[in-house]
Design a protein around this ligand. Structure first.
Ligand code: ADP
Length: 700
């Protein structure tokens, strides 16, 4: 503005309007500049002052303020803590007073008094204590075997009892160990019955109570098990040297040896007797003792008087229980070898009857004295450390001497049994010595062992001998002898004949008549080309005659088939293999259907396990089919289950070639689904016999 003013001043020569204007503007600009300058100076002054104040007044003031705030807090906290300290002063009179009141209140709590009447006040009437008593009606049917409240120790239970005993003993030991880990305090509490009332034990009482409860529970368990242990131990100890008795008396179901063939046909049928007299009577009736023909008839049972003795004299007049001879136990007539217990029981019929036999238990051979004395008692001969033999009395160097001592002294074998030996029971005619038989050639192989052609030493008679493998378990050996037991009472040309059983030692054997043609099945196959229809008809007739006989004896064969028939001279067929047979009108299988010959078995036996002679009739139909098809396999090409299915849906095998129509019609009748629609063997025999006669006539 100044330079413009100077410019105009020069141009206009110090006057004029324009110059005034420029001078104004110049003056205004100067003024503005000077004012700004002044403002600036003032602001600088202010800033300098502020700066000075900031450092000397404001900043220190801020810190002072902070300090005063902190101090204020401290004062406040201090006040607070002071109040707290003041109010929580347990030494203050106020507190002392409160505590006194608390203490006196606590003192007035008496736990024994607080719940003084608790049980009386709150108890309800408990239900009556349950009396656990044995329901005696449960054992009525088994009277004699199972006694109320008494453990039964027999061959069925003894192992179980022993295991149970050892389990219990282990458990008791565990419990006793656990008990010993409890602190004595808790045990003391238990023993005293009450816990102490002093303060220390009261404060520990919750721990003590828990231990006490657990300890008590263990103690109860222990007591319970000890009681059971005692029961089992005393039951097992009761046995002493007696052999574990048989739990299942099979002697009722099995027929006795009948030595006099007259007895077979004359007496009433066993099943009829069973129905008329009831079981116990039939047992007695069937227990008629065997007497050799040369022997006197059965003496009256001796009274149970000490020392009374009687022996069945030998035919040579010698006393079978005389000690003088140099016999061994094996030589004694009353030594029966490994005769099964069921047979033994049947032989001993009167009090005082006795015999000696052998048995195997856990692979160990034991000698057993079996005595009839208010039932049957079996005593195992005990061996002393010195190798002597004894029961409860004195020991002897040989078992024979021990038995003779028992017999001659008339003393009871054991105190518990009171059994006295009155009469030695000699071996039966059927009980052959193993050494009486000379095995020659092996002629077959059975389920239990090999079959041999053999010779009887005494008569040079050719025989067939079925042997039972030594390694088979005891129950298999019993099953093996079952065949002998059944066969020994039968006498019919079409039933294979039993000569005897060898049970003197292992292997046990069944001696039978030798049927030279061997198995019918093999015979049919071997001779299929040469067998005539007439011969085949006669085979069917033989089989029906044998089966008619069995039917009349109430014997169900259950395994009739060509493989189980034998062929003798002149093609005579004999029914054999009675291993599955049962002597009953009706037999219900309860132990599963193991090894059932499905294709030979009637539907009701397969479906419901129900066997009657009419089941044998079904099998007879199959047997005739096998005969006429010359040893073919029935339902060939069909599995067992498929064959069964087809039969259930009505299928029947077609007629074999060249079979007479009547014979096939008879077969179809044998295969009627409902057993009651089948003919019985009496009727079958009549039909086949008539057919055979007609055949002969037409052939002639
Ligand atoms: P298992 O009943 O143990 O099966 P078997 O009775 O079937 O034994 O006999 C097996 C084989 O021994 C028969 O197939 C037959 O060849 C032969 N056999 C059995 N008994 C006699 C006998 N009395 N006479 C001739 N051979 C026999």
């Amino acid at each position: 503005m100044r330079s413009r003013f100077e410019e105009h001043y020069v141009k206009s020569g110090r006057g004029g309007r324009k110059l005034d204007e420029v001078r104004d503007k110049y003056q205004k600009a100067c003024r503005k500049l000077h004012l700004t300058h002044n403002e600036y100076v003032l602001l600088l002054c202010e800033a300098a002052e502020f700066e000075k104040d900031f450092r000397t007044v404001l900043l220190p003031g801020l810190l002072e303020y902070q300090q005063s705030v902190q101090e204020g807090f401290v004062v406040a906290w201090r006040q607070l803590l002071q109040d707290l300290a003041q109010h929580s002063d347990f030494t203050s009179e106020k507190y002392k007073d409160i505590h006194k009141r608390i203490d006196s209140s606590l003192d007035s709590i008496k736990h024994t008094e607080e719940y003084n009447d608790f049980t009386e006040k709150y108890k309800t009437n408990p239900t009556e204590a349950v009396k656990f008593s044995f329901d005696e009606s449960l054992t009525e049917e088994n009277a004699g075997k199972l006694l109320p409240n008494q453990l039964t120790v027999d061959n069925l239970t003894v192992e179980w009892l022993r295991t149970k005993l050892s389990d219990l003993e282990t458990n008791i030991k565990d419990i006793q160990e656990k008990k010993s880990t409890f602190p004595p305090l808790s045990q003391e509490i238990l023993h005293n019955g009450k816990s102490s009332t002093n303060d220390i034990s009261a404060s520990k009482s919750s721990l003590g109570d828990a231990s006490k409860k657990e300890f008590n529970e263990l103690k109860c368990q222990e007591r319970k098990m000890l009681r059971q242990t005692e029961l089992i131990k005393s039951a097992l100890n009761e046995l002493g040297c007696e052999e574990v008795p048989s739990g299942c008396d099979l002697s009722i179901d099995n027929q006795p040896f009948i030595n006099n063939s007259n007895e077979q046909g004359d007496g009433p049928e066993p099943s009829l007797i069973k129905r008329a007299l009831g079981h116990q009577k039939i047992v007695n009736l069937l227990k008629k003792p065997f007497r050799r023909k040369s022997e006197p008839s059965s003496p009256v049972a001796p009274p149970r008087t000490k020392g009374r003795r009687e022996s069945t004299p030998h035919s040579d007049g010698s006393d079978p229980v005389a000690l003088s001879s140099n016999k061994t136990l094996m030589d004694e007539e009353w030594f029966h070898g490994v005769l099964p217990r069921e047979e033994v029981v049947r032989l001993l019929t009167q009090d005082g009857d006795f015999l000696v036999r052998e048995t195997t238990r856990n692979d160990e051979c034991q000698t057993v004295l079996s005595v009839c004395w208010g039932g049957h008692k079996h005593f195992i001969v005990q061996t002393t450390a010195e190798g002597l033999y004894r029961f409860e009395g004195p020991a002897f160097p040989s078992i024979r001497e021990l038995i003779l001592y028992q017999f001659n002294s008339g003393l009871a074998v054991t105190g518990r049994s009171g059994a006295i030996l009155h009469k030695p029971i000699p071996r039966e005619r059927w009980e052959l010595n193993n050494d009486d038989v000379i095995l020659l050639d092996k002629i077959g192989r059975g389920n239990f062992g090999d079959v041999y052609k053999a010779q009887l030493k005494s008569s040079n008679q050719d025989v067939a001998v079925k042997t039972c493998r030594v390694t088979l378990p005891e129950d298999h050996k019993k099953k093996f002898l079952q065949e002998g037991r059944i066969l020994k009472q039968y006498d019919h040309p079409n039933i294979v004949k039993l000569i005897g059983i060898c049970v003197q030692k292992q292997p046990i054997m069944i001696v039978m008549e030798l049927v030279p043609g061997g198995s019918l099945l093999t015979y049919l196959r071997k001779n299929s080309a040469i067998l005539t229809e007439s011969q085949l008809m006669n085979m069917c007739l033989d089989a029906s005659a044998g089966m008619r006989y069995l039917e009349s004896k109430n014997c169900i064969h259950r395994d009739l088939a060509a493989r189980n028939c034998l062929v003798g001279y002149a093609n005579i067929v004999k029914i054999s293999d009675f291993g599955m047979s049962r002597e009953e009108e009706e037999y219900i299988v309860s132990d599963g259907m193991k090894q059932i010959p499905i294709k030979w078995t009637a539907p009701e036996a397969l479906n419901f396990g129900k066997y009657t002679s009419l089941c044998d009739v079904w099998s007879y139909g199959i047997l005739c089919w096998e005969i006429f098809s010359r040893g073919s396999t029935p339902y060939s090409g069909l599995s067992n289950s498929k064959a069964r299915e087809k039969i259930d849906s009505g299928y029947r095998m077609p007629a074999p070639e060249n079979i007479p129509d009547e014979m096939y019609r008879l077969m179809l009748r044998c295969w009627e689904y409902q057993p009651e629609n089948r003919p019985n063997f009496e009727q079958i025999f009549t039909v086949v016999d008539t057919l055979c006669q007609a055949y002969k006539v037409s052939f002639l």
